[in-house]
Write a protein that binds this ligand. Structure first.
Ligand code: APR
Length: 294
C-alpha cells in the first residue's frame, strides 16, 4: 500500500456466532504454535485492549458513541456545531474522553504485550490514543489515530506534551463547571485551552485523527511496513469497522501472515480466541512460551 488513503471512515458489520469448546481449544493450540514460530509479530490493538483499564470502547453497548453520536463529536464540523449550540454537551464529551484516560493504568493485556518482546520481534500498531502501550513499556508503538498527550498546531507541528495529571486536572475542572446552572461556551473553552484553543501561535489541538482527517505519519507508513514484514498479527479489541486502519489485517492476510483475533466478539480473522484481552493475552503467552506474569 503506497499512498495514504484519505481520512478515516466507518462501516458496520454484524456480530458472528460463538465457537464450540472443542473448536476453541483447537484455535488456542494453533494460535500458540503460530506465535511461537513467528519471527515478527504485529500487535494491532483497538479500544477493547484498554477496556479493562476503565476506558470505554466506542461501539459496545456501553460505548462512547452510545451517548455521544460520532457525527456530532468526531468531525470538526460536528464539534464546532455542538460547541456553539450545546456547550454543556461539549464539556460532558471532553470530560468523558479525558478522565478515564487520565486515571487509566496499563492492564494485564498491555503488560503481556510488553513481555512478548522477550520472545520475538514485536511492533505495536494501535488505534488508541491513551498511551497505555508506552506506559506498559512496549518499545515500538505506532499510534495511527494519534495521541491525547501531544498538542500540535493546525498543521500538526509539535507544540508540547501533556501528562495524565494535566488531563485529570482539566477533567475535574470540567466536572465542577458542569454543576453550574449557567455554562457559557467561553468558560468551557477557557478550561480546555491547554488541550485545544488559540494562542499567539494560532490554533492548537491534540494530535488526534478525527473522521475525515489524514492518519498520523510516520506512524501509518511504519505500521504498513511492519504489516508487510510480519508473519503473525494479534488483533486485540478491534471491531474492524474503521478504515483505513482495518485494512491492515487484510493486507497482512494478503501477504501470508496469520491473523489471530482476541475479542469477546468474533471479528474477521484466521483464528479467534474468545475472551477479554486481560485474561486471554497472558494465557496465550504462557501457552506459547511458558511465560508467567511478573
Ligand atoms: N478485551 C478484548 N476486546 C474487547 C474487550 C475486552 N475486554 N471489550 C470489548 N472488546 C472488543 C469489542 O468486542 C469490539 O470488537 O473491542 C472492540 C471495540 O470496538 P470499537 O468500540 O469499535 O473500538 P475500535 O475497534 O478501537 O474502533 C476503531 O473507531 O471510533 C473510531 O477512532 C475511533 O480508534 C477508534 C476506531
Amino acid at each position: 500500500m503506497q499512498r495514504q488513503p484519505r481520512g478515516i471512515v466507518c462501516i458496520l458489520l454484524s456480530p458472528a456466532m460463538p465457537l464450540d469448546p472443542f473448536e476453541q481449544a483447537n484455535q488456542w493450540e494453533q494460535a500458540a504454535n503460530v506465535l511461537r514460530a513467528a519471527r515478527h509479530v504485529v500487535v494491532f490493538t483497538g479500544a477493547g485492549v484498554s477496556a479493562e483499564s476503565g476506558i470505554p470502547t466506542f461501539r459496545d453497548a456501553d460505548g462512547l458513541w452510545q451517548e455521544f453520536p460520532p457525527e456530532q463529536f468526531v468531525t470538526w464540523q460536528g464539534l464546532i456545531r455542538t460547541a456553539l449550540l450545546r456547550p454543556r454537551r461539549l464539556a460532558a464529551f471532553v470530560q468523558q474522553v479525558i478522565e478515564p484516560i487520565a486515571r487509566a493504568e496499563p492492564n494485564a493485556a498491555h503488560r503481556a504485550i510488553e513481555r512478548l518482546e522477550r520472545h520475538t520481534r514485536v511492533t505495536v500498531v494501535t488505534q488508541n490514543i491513551d498511551g497505555l502501550h508506552e506506559a506498559a513499556g512496549s518499545t515500538t508503538v505506532h499510534a495511527v489515530h494519534g495521541t491525547l498527550f501531544e498538542v500540535v498546531t493546525a498543521q500538526r507541528r509539535f507544540l508540547r506534551l501533556l501528562n495524565r495529571a494535566h488531563l485529570l486536572k482539566m477533567a475535574e475542572r470540567l466536572a465542577r463547571l458542569r454543576r453550574a446552572w449557567f455554562l457559557p461556551l467561553a468558560r468551557v473553552l477557557w478550561t480546555i485551552r491547554p488541550l485545544v484553543g488559540w494562542s499567539w501561535r494560532g490554533f492548537h489541538r491534540p494530535k488526534l485523527v478525527l473522521f475525515g482527517d489524514r492518519l498520523c505519519e510516520p506512524d501509518w507508513s511504519l505500521a504498513v511496513a511492519a504489516i508487510e514484514d510480519c508473519d503473525c498479527v494479534l488483533q486485540i479489541g478491534c471491531s474492524g469497522q474503521v478504515f483505513p486502519a482495518a485494512l491492515l489485517t487484510l493486507l497482512a492476510k494478503e501477504q501470508g501472515a496469520t491473523v489471530v483475533a482476541i475479542d469477546p466478539n468474533e471479528t474477521a480473522s484466521d483464528l479467534w480466541l474468545a475472551g477479554a484481552a486481560g485474561e486471554v493475552m497472558p494465557e496465550l503467552l504462557h501457552e506459547a512460551f511458558g511465560d508467567s506474569a511478573d
